[in-house]
Design a protein around this ligand. Structure first.
Ligand code: PLP
Length: 399
């Protein structure tokens, strides 16, 4: 049975051209980019070429791109880096407490764990945190940000698009509010870079996180865009790599692959975006038509082109996943992290869904190798699975 992979938001297959671009840097050109002999310089050249390609994808300058070990590190770097750069070192001593300016961070309730856990860490260390709520579609209200922001706010961190429900935030509007208050604006754009057009200047952001494995690059590499003039402390102390912002010998093959993935994404994005939007809307329509008592989670229009997230009443997401897996269909319920625990997704709960609704969610995320036949396969299988599970459902019988 051909496998139907519909979990591109969790990770994407590495593009064959990306793998090809990486290979020479394991063997022929293995030199250390910091070495001055030509072997090292070949590797250095490959990194700088990749930096140009990643910068071009988001309309940034090359010297504003710092390579990291992935999206999680980029998020940690952006948030801790700005928080620690602006903290008053003596604030823990009471007589100086009043001088502890800019110790307030604003984020949203539906961020990825890489952002939320970093914020919780800072909260435990004396920073003041605000978690903005979202509406029923997952949107942050700019008026809410305006109300929450103060002279002490150092950073506002709101994700570009949510990985579970696909809702795209009004970043431009939110970033203006942060700028007016003298705070930095960070966005986790892991789900959007390479998938929808992005210009850091048009968005007006100071910091932006990217992960290569969400855009057909290798795992374990990503980048943080840092607008020139943004003050933040280095994330890794060590050698002077990445202009003293991140020590550690560069992962040359991975960075090269990341650059290639960025180059391909830039060429293919417009066409791929419209193709996926059609497939997405087709799947949503067919689910609504063939399965009763379903709701779409996330925004109907301001939504990633590849994201379908539905709650199917009276059935558990996990049971549906296991049954789909038997038919060689890979999907997800909630986020990849929360699907292994019994906790309902914090994102779905933030939309105002009841626990049962949150537990009955199913996410299909499409990509480069998704076809109409894949959508057909889901629709040949899913209605039967739902009917079978509903026949056994105590939730439905008690209705
Ligand atoms: C996948 C993801 C991350 C984490 O990226 P890694 O490269 O896996 O560390 C962060 N934020 C969002 C929105 C993601 O989807």
């Amino acid at each position: 049975m051909k496998r139907v992979y519909l979990d591109y938001a969790a990770t994407t297959p590495t593009h064959p051209d990306v793998v090809r671009a990486m290979l020479p840097y394991f063997t022929d050109s293995f030199g250390n980019p910091s070495s001055i002999y030509s072997y090292g310089q070949e590797a250095k050249g490959a990194i700088e070429e990749a930096r140009e390609k990643v910068a071009a994808l988001i309309g940034a300058r090359e010297d504003e791109i710092v390579f990291t070990s992935g999206g999680t590190e980029a998020d940690n770097f952006a948030i801790k880096g700005t928080a620690f750069a602006h903290r008053n070192e003596f604030a823990h001593q009471n007589e100086f407490a009043h001088q502890n300016k800019r110790n307030h961070i604003i984020t949203s309730a539906i961020e990825h764990h890489a952002v939320l856990e970093t914020c919780h860490f800072l909260e435990r260390r004396g920073f003041s945190l605000t978690y903005l709520p979202v509406d029923e579609y997952g949107l942050v209200d700019p008026a809410g940000l305006k109300e929450a922001i103060t002279d002490n706010t150092v950073l506002v961190s709101i994700m570009h698009a949510n990985n579970e429900i696909g809702t795209i935030q009004p970043i431009k509007e939110l970033a203006v509010i942060a700028r007016e208050a003298g705070a930095y604006f960070h966005t986790d754009a892991v789900q959007t870079v390479g998938h929808i057009p992005i210009s850091v200047d048009e968005l007006g952001v100071d910091l932006l996180s990217i992960s290569a494995h969400k855009l057909y690059g290798p795992k374990g590499v990503g980048a943080l865009y840092i607008r020139k003039g943004t003050k933040l402390v280095p994330f890794m102390h060590g050698g002077g790599q990445e202009r003293n912002r991140r020590g550690s010998t560069e992962n040359v093959p991975a960075i090269t692959g990341f650059g290639k993935a960025a180059e391909i994404a830039r060429q293919e994005m417009p066409e791929e975006g419209s193709r996926l939007t059609i497939l997405r809307d087709c799947l949503i329509k067919r689910i609504f038509k063939q399965i009763e008592d379903t709701r779409l989670n996330g925004h109907p229009v301001n939504r990633l082109p590849n994201n379908v997230n539905v709650s199917i009443s009276y059935v558990e997401g996990e049971s549906m996943l296991l049954n789909l897996d038997l038919e060689a269909i890979c999907a997800s319920t909630g986020s990849a992290c929360s699907s292994s625990s019994l906790e309902a997704s914090h994102v779905l709960l933030a939309l105002g869904l009841a626990h049962e609704q949150a537990h009955s969610s199913l996410r299909f995320t499409m990509g480069k190798w998704t076809t109409e036949e894949d959508v057909d396969r889901v629709m040949e299988t899913l209605p039967q699975i739902v009917a079978k599970l509903r026949a056994m459902s105590p939730l439905l019988k008690s209705r």
